[in-house]
Design a protein. Structure first.
Length: 190
């Protein structure tokens, strides 16, 4: 019960147990956990009961890897890891990901299937990048010259902090001159 507007449902719910804040503890007749932040408590319970499926450590034979990889890392089927890539401990790269040259990915980060990380981008520790996200593609930069458009090279990088989650199909473009920076703890979606 994270929202008091559902208070009446404590009496009619078909649940086997509930999580309630202290003010509603006496109103629940079911087995209950009492916590000051029931929604966060629920998140922790669900995570405990549904741990992520671990990927096998090592490099799948179909992956193309041009950099050293820590033994604790997992590189999935048909993934590509470019040159001079720095991977932290326990990094998981799912099938079909493409990691460009000079990328840095911090410890315990997970890149789900088909993520693309362009050259020189930085991803912090414990980042979660959901499927098909694109990190570091060119921004939309063009200059008009007469009747045509000239592409402006985007020379910044994308720098993603620690504990960031990027949703599926999200694109984070590199900066035209400076880096695009996503700070620690940010959660964003498409």
């Amino acid at each position: 019960l994270a929202n008091p507007k559902y208070r009446q449902q404590l009496q009619t719910t078909g649940a086997s147990a509930v999580i309630v804040p202290p003010p509603f503890a006496s109103e629940a007749t079911l087995p209950r956990s009492v916590h000051g932040n029931p929604y966060a408590y629920y998140a922790r319970v669900v995570a405990l009961l549904n741990p992520p499926r671990p990927r096998p450590r090592g490099i799948h034979p179909s992956a193309v890897v041009c950099s050293e990889v820590p033994p604790s890392a997992s590189i999935g089927e048909n993934a590509v890891v470019g040159e001079n890539v720095q991977l932290g401990e326990n990094v998981t790269i799912y099938p079909g990901c493409v990691i460009g040259d000079g990328v840095s990915i911090g410890d315990d980060s997970v890149l789900y299937p088909n993520v693309v990380v362009y050259h020189a981008c930085v991803i912090g520790n414990r980042a979660v990048i959901q499927a098909s996200a694109v990190i570091g593609g060119d921004g939309f930069g063009f200059a008009r010259e007469g009747e045509r458009w000239i592409k402006i090279p985007q020379i910044g990088r994308v720098v993603i902090g620690d504990d960031v989650e990027v949703g599926a199909n999200t694109s984070i473009d590199r900066g035209a001159l400076d880096d695009t920076v996503i700070g620690d703890g940010v959660k964003l979606d498409n």
